[in-house]
Design a protein around this ligand. Structure first.
Ligand SMILES: O=c1ccn([C@@H]2O[C@H](COP(=O)(O)O)[C@@H](O)[C@H]2O)c(=O)[nH]1
Length: 306
């Protein structure tokens, strides 16, 4: 799957992943009101509205980005109806040829980790009948519990040709509380990076490993150091735009081959229709606003990485 992701990035010249993190306040009035009319003020209405919203955006971006990253928490808060919308979103994105990164940040051990891995990357067999759960291509995982967390995910990835992004240095303001602690002469995030590099060497695609790393856009100096420590690791880089990450800071996240990183923007793209900059695409035009925001991000990155 890492090979497919890289092929698509090269083909579209677009190292961008659009975060599908829907919120009620991001929904255009036309989508929200139709769902309330059809299903009342219910979680079913929100699930239907989230899916219609995502579908509109996917239809307008699938030819200019290689990948989407649905954030499961946004769906999960609405219970089963939210999770149905999450699954339908994953399936629809895949039907349009997009690589799906499920941002689920799991991190348990042994048989529990295996169950998460099977549910999101693999398949279950029920009396000889096999079914896939959420069917993502990649997921995000939290390595805090150590290799026992990672191993079950690696096994499923190997068998199913899927991949992982392991949290190494996150984009949030308090990421330093633990990640920046000193361990001997190293920062904890450096030690995690060394482990991700080691695990990755045993799980290689053609050019890069299918064990990737989450490296926030908001700490560019750290991004540069982590690029040195993990040369064959693909970076998923959240924190661009809304959290302050800038195009000019992204150069060090990439390798000399122009590959090695995929930059995420969620609110900046999916809520673009609320941004005065894209005023001409209000309400029904919401998905056109997202497309334009992607094209603008692509141009910003191209100029900064030239
Ligand atoms: O370090 C991290 C890891 C994950 N995230 C997730 O990425 C998106 C960011 O959304 P924006 O609207 O572009 O800020 C969101 O799903 C986070 O949970 C992150 O921000 N930082």
């Amino acid at each position: 799957m890492i090979n497919l992701l890289i092929d698509k990035i090269k083909e579209q010249n677009s190292p961008i992943v659009v975060g599908l993190d829907p919120k009620v306040e991001f929904l255009p009035e036309c989508v929200r009101e139709k769902a309330f009319k059809d299903f009342g003020h219910s979680s079913k209405a929100i699930g239907e509205a989230f899916y219609e919203f995502n579908k509109g955006i996917i239809d307008h971006i699938y030819d200019v980005v290689p990948s989407v990253k649905p954030q499961i928490a946004m769906y999960e808060q609405y219970g089963i109806e939210g999770l149905i919308a999450y699954k339908k979103t994953v399936d629809y994105a895949k039907s349009k040829g997009l690589v799906v990164i499920g941002d689920i940040k799991r991190g348990d051990i042994a048989s529990t980790a295996e169950a998460y891995a099977v549910g999101h990357l693999g398949q279950v067999t029920i009396e000889g009948n096999t079914e896939r759960g959420f069917d993502s291509d990649f997921i995000t995982i939290n390595p805090y519990m150590g290799y026992d967390t990672i191993k079950p995910f690696l096994d499923v990835c190997k068998e199913e040709n899927r991949g992982l992004f392991v949290l190494v240095k996150t984009s949030n303001p308090s990421s330093g509380d633990f990640q920046d602690l000193k361990v001997g002469d190293d920062f904890l995030y450096e030690r995690v990076a060394m482990k991700v590099d080691e695990w990755g060497q045993e799980h290689m695609g053609q050019e890069y490993s299918y064990v990737g790393a989450v490296v926030g856009a908001t700490y560019p100096e750290v991004g540069k150091r982590l690029r040195e420590l993990m040369p064959k690791t693909y970076f998923l880089v959240p924190g661009y735009g809304a959290q302050g990450g800038k195009a000019e800071d992204m150069a060090h996240y990439f390798n000399k081959d122009g590959l090695g990183a995929i930059i995420n923007s969620s609110r900046g793209i999916i809520a673009a229709h609320k941004n005065p900059k894209y005023e001409q695409f209000k309400n029904e035009g919401f998905a056109m606003a997202s497309r334009q925001a992607v094209l603008d991000m692509k141009k910003e990155l191209e100029e900064a990485l030239r």
